[in-house]
Ligand binder design. Structure first.
Ligand code: FES
Length: 140
């Protein structure tokens, strides 16, 4: 069994997923420590450059998570994020990254349990992919 511990950069919407992360913490729910959280006001403000830069700088995965459809505090930011992530999956492939390294989820503010589950799922998914090519180049 590999001892690879991935680094996952996570862009979390302040109003929903970040609050769910806080709830998971205060509820003492266990989840892997592989996530590096970047709090944003809305998933709609996650510029594609942020995702590409995170991967090129050695992140093994990128997770973008925000409010459930219909709950975005800026009306349609999460729908914009959904369109961008779909395109970004194709773009990161051109850079040599597997599209599974990028994931978009919706986690409501009161859903600490789902938050912990998704963090476990994402970490396992990335572990199966092995370290990213960019990370390996940095080590060499
Ligand atoms: S405010 Fe949460 S995704 Fe837009």
């Amino acid at each position: 069994m590999s001892d690879f511990e991935p680094t996952i950069v996570a862009f979390f919407c302040n109003w929903c997923t970040y609050t769910a992360a806080d709830l998971a913490g205060t509820s003492r729910l266990a989840y892997p420590p592989n996530i590096r959280i970047v709090r944003v006001m809305c998933t709609g403000m996650v510029d594609p450059k942020y995702v590409i830069k995170a991967l090129l700088d050695g992140a093994d995965g990128v997770l973008v998570s925000g409010c459930n459809p219909g709950d975005c505090h800026y009306i349609n930011g999460n729908y914009k994020a959904r369109r961008r992530i779909k395109l970004l999956k194709e773009i990161i492939e051109q850079f040599g990254f597997e599209p599974q390294r990028l994931r978009l989820t919706w986690i409501g503010a009161s859903d600490g349990i789902r938050f912990a589950e998704i963090m476990r799922e994402m970490t396992e998914q990335i572990k199966h992919l092995e370290p990213s090519a960019a990370r390996l180049k940095m080590v060499i």
